[in-house]
Design a binder for this molecule. Structure first.
Ligand code: ZN
Ligand code: ZN
Length: 201
C-alpha cells in the first residue's frame, strides 16, 4: 500500500500527524486480520491486545491498530498490556482463534535511526517536522512485505472468558445532577450519588 490508501488517510485523520508508528500499527492490524481470515470489527467481534505502554517511543502504533482492526477505545475492545513492546495480539471473540504479530527488531531499529526520530528526540512535535523527512520512513512501512515487517506466530486457540452484557440503565446523581451508569452508582448518606461525589468528603 502507499500514502493514497484510504485506510492510511483515515488513520492520518484519526491520529493527527504523520509518523512511521501509526502505519506500523496499521500494517500489524491488517496482517493479523489476514492471518485470522476475519474482517475488521464493525462491533465487538475482535479484541486487540497491544503490548505498548505510555510515554515512550512509537505508542502511535496503537492508533494504526485501532484503524485497521476496528478495535477501539470507544468500543472497549482494545487493551494496552503495558510492556513497552510493539506487538499486537488479535483475538476472534467468536472462535477464540488468536494471532500474535510482533514487529521485527530491524524495523524498529530502522525507525529509531530515521531522521524523523532525531527531531523527535530533540523534542520537536511530530506535526512540526518537515513531511519530506517523514515520508521515506512512512513509505517503507507501507510498502514492505508482512514477512519483512513482522514475526507472525501460528494462529492459536485460546479459552475465552465470557464478557458481561452492556448496561443501559442510568441514575442521576443526587449531588451533582449528572447522569451515570447505574452499576457505578453509590449510596452516600442514604442518597444515590455518582462515584466522584461518593468520594468527596
Ligand atoms: Zn504518531
Ligand atoms: Zn455526582
Amino acid at each position: 500500500m502507499d500514502r493514497n490508501n484510504g485506510l492510511f488517510k483515515a488513520g492520518l485523520l484519526l491520529h493527527g500527524h504523520k509518523c512511521p508508528a501509526m502505519p506500523m500499527g496499521l500494517r500489524a492490524g491488517m496482517a493479523a486480520l489476514e492471518a485470522l481470515g476475519v474482517e475488521r470489527a464493525s462491533d465487538g467481534q475482535l479484541t486487540a491486545l497491544v503490548e505498548i505502554d505510555s510515554d515512550h517511543c512509537a505508542t502511535c502504533y496503537a492508533d494504526g491498530v485501532m484503524m485497521a482492526t476496528g478495535c477501539t477505545f470507544g468500543k472497549g475492545n482494545i487493551r494496552k498490556l503495558g510492556y513497552g513492546k510493539f506487538v499486537l495480539t488479535l483475538i476472534d471473540n467468536k472462535t477464540g482463534r488468536s494471532v500474535r504479530v510482533a514487529t521485527r527488531n530491524e524495523v524498529i531499529k530502522r525507525n529509531q535511526e530515521s531522521e524523523f526520530i532525531q527531531f523527535r528526540k530533540k523534542g520537536v512535535p511530530a506535526s512540526k517536522i518537515d513531511a519530506a523527512l517523514i515520508d521515506p520512513a512512512v513509505d517503507f512501512i507501507l510498502a514492505e512485505s508482512d514477512e519483512n515487517l513482522f514475526k507472525i506466530d501460528p494462529v492459536q486457540e485460546i479459552k475465552l472468558t465470557p464478557g458481561r452484557s452492556h448496561d443501559f440503565n442510568t441514575i442521576i446523581c443526587s449531588e451533582c445532577g449528572e447522569v451515570a451508569v447505574e452499576r457505578y452508582a453509590r449510596v452516600k448518606n442514604g442518597k444515590v450519588v455518582c462515584m466522584p461525589c461518593a468520594e468527596k468528603a
